[in-house]
Design a protein around this ligand. Sequence first.
Ligand code: LLP
Length: 435
Amino acid sequence: STTVKRGDDGVLQVGGLPVTEIAERCGTPVYVLDEDDFHARARSFVEAFEGWDVYYAGKSFLTTAVAGWALADGLFVDCSTGGELAVALRGGVPGQRIGLHGNNKSEAEIEMALEAGVGRIIVDSFDEISRISRAAAERGARPRVMVRVTTGVEAHTHEYIATAHEDQKFGFSIASGQALEALRACESDPHMELIGIHSHIGSQIFETLGFEVAARRIMALHAQAAREFGRQLPEMDLGGGFGIAYTSTDRPESPATLAEALRAIVEEQARDLDVDVPRMSIEPGRAIVGPTTMALYRVGTVKQVVLDGGAARTYISVDGGMSDNIRPALYGAEYSATLASRSSAAAPRLSRIVGKHCEGGDILVRDEFMPADITPGDLVAVPGSGAYSRAMASNYNMVPRPPVVAVKDGRIHTLVRRETIDDLLGLDVGYDPAP
Ligand code: LLP
């Protein structure tokens, strides 16, 4: 990332500050976000996708400050719940620059979206179409809606599967005809304005082939709708999912390369189907915020565990774990780690970075070469921790969640403060009679 480097003393620095100082002042574990890097990544998407709208996927990591940055950098914000919507609005994002997602939006969330005048609601079920219609009719509103479709393309990392049907909860399937039916239902409803089709095929994707197949299928549906409705839907969204490097073997595409590939596909399809290219949008989350942030932990114990055959594995326990990053335990996600607080000339030793939680699966980094002299008190950094880490953090074992701090030009700003045991005890009301 832009401002992360190692000082002459071997200490990692972010935004001009040594991580030793950040840890001293903010405590550990702490998420350290490189603020310049966030802006650089956000703007590189906006520039590469010029003429398209870029929605920052708030689910990856959202605070009021981050929402404000996204806005200032020229992005829109994609929210998937009322909570995210509240944060984006509080961060100063105007309703028109927000899209609301979710496969089970509550009446309260729909109300909130109408109240805020969100730029688009992405509809996900027939129940929801009637729910939105009712709520809109009551207020005399006419929300802009997109229909979330499933293309039969399921993409994950280097693999993608293209089938006719998808057995999952999101969207309306194209193959079954339900997507067209949903478009018809929205088109004929006087209480909403149908603006287009939305597709999101997966996350942490490296190959553009999955997007290509999906775009082909939704452009065909778009053309079919145009013939039937006698008008072309003005917009289309290809979702997010662009992969980032968690380990040295990951090779993500640049926004420029992605933009070129996606543009080419959409333009080719429009030519073949004899329709105009709609106003396009994408929703990257991870690719913007993921690489900007490192998780910084302090080592508490180092243990040699003897394996069958006599070999040993070094277990390095840090002061966080699966409560602040569930991704390795949940998805088998791979991360890398580095000794952050000093240099070491010691030989690298195959190690496992584990947390402080009460279960064996509490692994942050399964295999990493760490210097053999690593010792309690050392700081370990896990890069690529900006997306879906703090956002998915829990209080398992009653562990307070770590703060997120932004560092820029030698200054630290707190985005989310550290949770305290008092915060947790505050939720525990003892034995209150229900209302
Ligand atoms: N748009 C929609 C409709 C989505 O469902 C998602 C992610 C995104 C955009 C943003 O995707 P991104 O560019 O961040 O990959 N918790 C998982 C990832 C779940 C993604 C859910 N949807 C993880 O930690 O890998």
